[in-house]
Design a protein. Structure first.
Lengths: 278, 296
């Protein structure tokens, strides 16, 4: 009891805590407020009304689609779905092997994987550009799918290995005694139990691919193949951007990842620190 | 089972395991190993714009890079300033944020989600919004300043105001990951340690300094190393805000590399900068591996 009381008296006063938190949240959320409020301003008020508009122009949210936004959206969707499927197809067997089998050189593999996580494609962007040219993949979304699937591999394998290893081996063995092959035991018994890990991985890889910038900026040359990040950057680089429509387009562009993020926020924190924090 | 049969089933398992790892390994080799090898080789060659290599063994690229004062006296020191500035301030701000979010209060879950939200949003798009906020003529920041009678500068037009603003946006982008990592670390410490410390009379700042901080140390180290790598690698914030300009006054190693390749059309020197970046990252990767190894 005394311990509890001393704990309370020692902590900062509640008001100071609340204030600090409010300032922190204001700073973190300010850009989203600006995005939202600018998106619904008539063009004449963008410069003159910094906070709330005099007239609300909700129509901007629909007019934004009159630009190349649908094309960029489709490209981002192809890129993110493609990268996620490819990543999962390669990461799942790799993680299963690392979690369940004796792999020669497993430690080396894990280390190499962890090292790739520290890497950024920008460092080898020139070589990636040349490689894509050699493979006939410049200006192709397929090239972006390959690079993004590879750059999310470390995270995916790391997280999936942890989840697969946590599935009791007895369950798998029981299924095999019942006549399942190893593959079908893994597919029908292990995978469903490890589903939360698979969901987190899928969302993470999707978000990473949706948000990627520098590889797409370098490898994609025609407007028709640009994903949202590069496309909207193009809008913003125009001589006099129409900021209200650009912000409306940005809102649509972030919507899918914000929704996915909200859906798995709890386990994401776990995943982000996978390998770093035990 | 006979020992013979056992061994052969083990052999079989090894082959299955290798088959499981092969596709991922192949992709990683194509996207990581090959470009790294090619970058190193290119840095010692004459490189055509299309990737053709000649005069292998020349040091011309390295000479060009290190005799360029913009690189040695501008870009390199600025890269250190940018990385150290963003990482240190991020840690200083995230630690109290994590402690605030660790304490129970109403709406904590919402506060935590809001804090992490910027992580999920594409960085180039957040950077576009920041560019609007910081715009000299129509930007939100100057409009708000004008309301209290201050005429704000054209923030992104000159290095001495653009660089601090870049660092501010860098901090904004780094806080979510850092706070969540530190928060996970705090939650791992557990309440019994804190209660024991309180019984021993360690309270307030003393408890933080002598109990919480040492226990948080491993997680803090990881957060520092990972952040250093992420900030060093960062491209979208700088590119969207200033493109490294005006002139090359806000370029870091990473944006200058990009510019050297695609704007100055100098693939060879760009590759030499890539090699420099690669070894910087390798050093940090080794540090990171050692930290996580020690943890296990």
């Amino acid at each position: 009891m005394t311990a509890k009381r001393s704990h309370r008296s020692s902590s900062l006063p509640g008001i100071a805590r609340g204030l600090a938190l409010a300032v922190a949240l204001l700073f973190m959320l300010a850009p989203f407020a600006v995005m939202l409020l600018t998106a619904v301003k008539p063009e004449g008020e963008v410069a003159t009304r910094p906070l709330l508009p005099d007239h609300w122009a909700f129509g901007n949210l629909f007019s934004a689609w009159g630009s190349a936004l649908p094309v960029y959206f489709r490209n981002s969707a192809i890129l993110a779905v493609g990268a996620t499927l490819l990543n999962l197809a390669l990461a799942l067997p790799a993680a299963y092997a690392l979690a369940r089998m004796r792999v020669p050189g497993a430690k080396l593999w894990r280390h190499a994987l962890l090292a790739t996580q520290m890497f950024s494609p920008i460092v080898v962007v020139v070589s990636l550009h040349h490689l894509a040219a050699m493979a006939g993949l410049t200006d192709k979304i397929a090239a972006l799918i390959l690079v993004n699937a590879a750059y999310s591999m470390a995270f995916a394998v790391w997280l999936l290995t942890a989840y697969l290893a946590a599935v009791p081996e007895d369950m798998e063995e029981a299924a095999r005694i019942d006549g399942c092959s190893r593959l079908s035991a893994a597919w029908r018994v292990v995978l469903p139990v490890a589903r939360p890990g698979v969901v987190t991985t899928v969302v993470f890889v999707f978000i990473a691919a949706w948000n990627e910038f520098v590889v797409a900026l370098t490898l994609i040359s025609s407007d028709a193949n640009r994903p949202l990040t590069v496309g909207l950057y193009g809008f913003a680089s125009a001589y006099a951007p129409q900021w209200n429509l650009l912000m409306a387009a940005s809102l649509w562009a972030i919507l899918p990842v914000v929704l996915l993020f909200a859906a798995i926020e709890g386990s994401l924190a776990e995943g982000l620190t996978a390998g770093a924090v035990k | 089972m006979k020992p013979q049969a056992k061994r052969s089933s083990r052999n079989r398992e090894t082959w299955v395991a290798l088959a499981c790892l092969a596709p991922a390994t192949l992709l990683l080799a194509a996207v990581f190993l090959y470009p790294i090898a090619s970058t190193i080789l290119d840095s010692f060659s004459h490189v055509s714009p299309f990737g053709g290599r000649s005069n292998v063994g020349t040091l011309d690229n390295w000479r060009a890079v290190f005799s360029n004062a913009v690189f040695t006296h501008g870009v390199l020191p600025r890269t250190i300033l940018w990385t150290v500035g963003v990482v240190s301030l991020t840690i200083i701000l995230s630690l109290p944020a994590a402690i605030l979010l660790h304490a129970p209060f109403r709406g904590r879950k919402w506060a935590r989600t809001a804090m992490l939200l910027p992580w999920a949003v594409p960085l180039p798009i957040s950077a576009i919004v920041w560019r609007f906020i910081l715009d000299g003529q129509i930007g939100t920041l100057n409009a708000v300043l004008a309301k209290v009678g201050i005429i704000g500068p054209v923030w992104l037009a000159e290095a001495h105001t653009a660089l601090p603003m870049m660092i501010l946006v860098g901090i904004w982008a780094s806080i979510p990951f850092t706070t969540v990592t530190l928060l996970a670390g705090l939650q791992n410490i557990g309440t019994d340690v804190n209660e024991a410390a309180a019984l021993d009379g360690a309270v307030g700042f003393r408890r933080f300094r002598y109990v919480t901080l040492p226990l948080l140390r491993p997680v803090l180290n990881v957060a520092i190393v990972l952040n250093t790598v992420y900030v060093f690698n960062s491209f979208p914030i700088i590119w969207v805000l200033t493109q490294g300009g005006p002139a090359e006054s806000t370029d870091t190693l990473i944006t200058y590399l990009y510019k050297t390749y695609l704007r100055f059309n100098l693939p060879g020197p760009a590759q030499a900068m890539g090699v420099v970046s690669f070894f910087v990252l390798l050093a940090f990767a080794m540090t990171y591996l050692r930290l996580t190894e020690r943890e296990q």
